[in-house]
Design a protein around this ligand. Sequence first.
Ligand SMILES: *[C@@H]1O[C@H](CO)[C@@H](O)[C@H](O)[C@H]1NC(C)=O
Length: 321
Amino acid sequence: MQWTALFCHPLWVVSTAVLAMVVRLQRRGRWDPRACPVQLKGKTAIVTGANTGIGKCIALDFARRGARVILACRSESRGLAAVKEIRDKTGNPDVHLRLLDLTSLDSVREFAKKIMEEEPALHILVNNAAISGFPRQITKDGLDATFATNHLGPFLLTNLLLDLLKRSVLARIVSVSTINHWKGVVDFSHFHGENLKYGWDQAYNHSKLHNIICTNELARRLQGTDVTANSVHPGVVLTDVMRYYPSMVRFLFNTIGILFFKSANEGSFSPIYCAVAEEMVGITGKYIDSDCSLSLPAPLARDPALAVKDFEICERLTSKL
Ligand SMILES: *[C@@H]1O[C@H](CO)[C@@H](O)[C@H](O)[C@H]1NC(C)=O
């Protein structure tokens, strides 16, 4: 049997190409940021994990609209490279790097303190940074590294910046979650790295469920203010979030993904929609799908009592004792 001949058969090639085209056509979003005229001159935005992937595309879009954009990144060299690229592409010099390591609560506090001192306003906060497939590692705060990066770090960051957001008219908080949250469960011992399986996306899936739960509770607490908070699914996107996956898995994702997954640019559409679109003015506590439509998250993300409890536990875990 000639395997190469079998796989290279024209029928395979043609049918795969047709299937990929159908998938691509189907997922074409209803909303396109390039057709959205909203300008952000005079507005300040923070995007975490903005040196690569979806985060970089979001920051680029905000810079095009004239915003003052702060890239919150862990790596100075990669962060500065992204700043330069975005400045060059948009001609907007008001793009800056501030170092932030979400695995460390101290780093989050230091970052937030600096922002509060330097920035008179903050209109958009996009919590985008995340890791997946990270091995078990307990941070010096006693937290699981994946949960710290994907949930507790952004949770603390958002809370520390709330006063600034409240002072900035029509501020929006966008939490980049994922459809994977449907596979997540809530077990508070996870925060300490207990009862977790490592090696792939389990901890990621759980942490992304907590993103939505706490964003909803935050939205409830913010009622009566001008600040909105929503969660979003960017789509299945090929990005560095998979950098800790086994190389075979990454290879598979990369080959299949070129045909079927969204690009990082397409993945940035729904977060940008939440952050800038007129349609989202006054909308809060919602989950937005990758095609920029209102969608229902998993039942666990719609349980108000669970949300109150989760939020309080996260507050306790991130407070300075
Ligand atoms: C995480 O979510 C993805 C997408 O829903 C799913 O394919 C995967 O099996 C989940 N992982 C675990 C360990 O539940």
